[in-house]
Unconditional design. Sequence first.
Length: 365
Amino acid sequence: MFSHLEHLEDRIVKIKKRKIWQIGMPVVLAGLFFLIGGVKLVPQVEAYELKIPLGLDEEAFKVPKDNPMTKEKVELGRLLFFDKRLSANNTIACASCHIPALAFTDGQPVSSGIHHLQGGRSAPTAINRGFSKAQFWDGRAATLEDQSIGPFANLIEHGFVSHDELIAKINSIQGYKKLFNDIYGVDNLTKENVGRAIASFQRTLISGNSPFDRFDYDGDQDAVSDSAKRGKKLFFGKARCNLCHMGTNFSDEKFHNIGIGWDSSDTLDLGRYRVSKNEKDIGAFKTPTLREITKTAPYMHDGRFATLEQVVEHYNKGTVKNPFLDNQIIPLELTASEKKDLIAMLRTLEGEGWQHVKAPSEFPK
C-alpha cells in the first residue's frame, strides 16, 4: 500500500509541474472498495483532473479537505444540477436559473422558481465559484457546499419545506441510491453529500484564457483591440474599477454599497446586513466576477441594468448617494470615448473552460 502511495505522490508532483491540478483522492479503479484488514470501508474512486486556464490563480482555487474532487462525484453533481425532479413539483432544477448558454445565469432581472414565483435577486453566474469565498449576493453561505443545497429548501426556488423532503425524494430513485452508495458508501445519502456532489460539479465551471489574459499574461498584442488596451488603463486608473474588481477573478470577495435600490424605498434591499446585522453592511452586496460579463446580463443584484453601457453610466455619475454608500464611490467624469474603451476592455473577458458542459441525455431511474 505504501509503495503505491509513494508512486501517487510522484505522479501528483509531475501533474503540478504540467500546471494541471489533480484534485481529489488519487486511486486506481472506480467502483472498487478500499480494504483494510478485510473490512470494507469506503468506495474507491478516481481523482478528477482539473485544468486551470491562463489568467487564473491556482493557489486561490478552493477545494475543502473533506470534499476532494473525483470523476464520479463530479458526474453525480452534474446529474443533480440538471434534474428537475429535485423540486417539489418536478419543474425546477439548478440549471433552470443557471443556464449553460447564458454562462450559467438565466437572463432575467430576478429569478423565477417553482410555480413561477419570483425571488428578489438575480441569479449570479456559477462560473469560477471555486475561486470564491462566501456565496450568494449577501454571502449567507460560507462554502460552495452550503450554497449548493440552500435553494432546495426554499419555498420560492425548489419548493421543498425542508431538506428532509429532498433526501426522501432522491432516496425514492433507485439509480441515485446506487450512485450515492458507490461514491459515499452505504446509507450516506445525506444533504451534506448532495451539497458535496453539486459543489464538485460547480468547481469544474471555469473561465480563463480570455483575450485579456492572452494580452496581459502572454503579451499577445493582437489578442485585444487598441480600444480595449486603452480601456485596461482606465480600468486600473481613472475608472477605479480595480478597487473592487481585483485579482485574477476580478472580485475582492467583499461587500459594498454602490447605491443600487436607493432611488426608491420600494426597491431597497438590505443585502449583507440581513446576514451580518452590522449597520455598515446595509445595502451592501458581494462584488461579482467580471469574467463572462458580456453573457450575464442583466446586471446588479436586482438586474436593473440591461447593458454594460448602463452599468458604466451608473458609476460615471457617482451612483445614488445614501448614508451607507461605499466611500470609494465617486463620480468618474469619463468621456464618451473613454466609456467605449472601458466597455471594449470588459468584452475581452470572454474565456474558455466551461463551454463543454451539457445537460445529461438521461437521468437515474
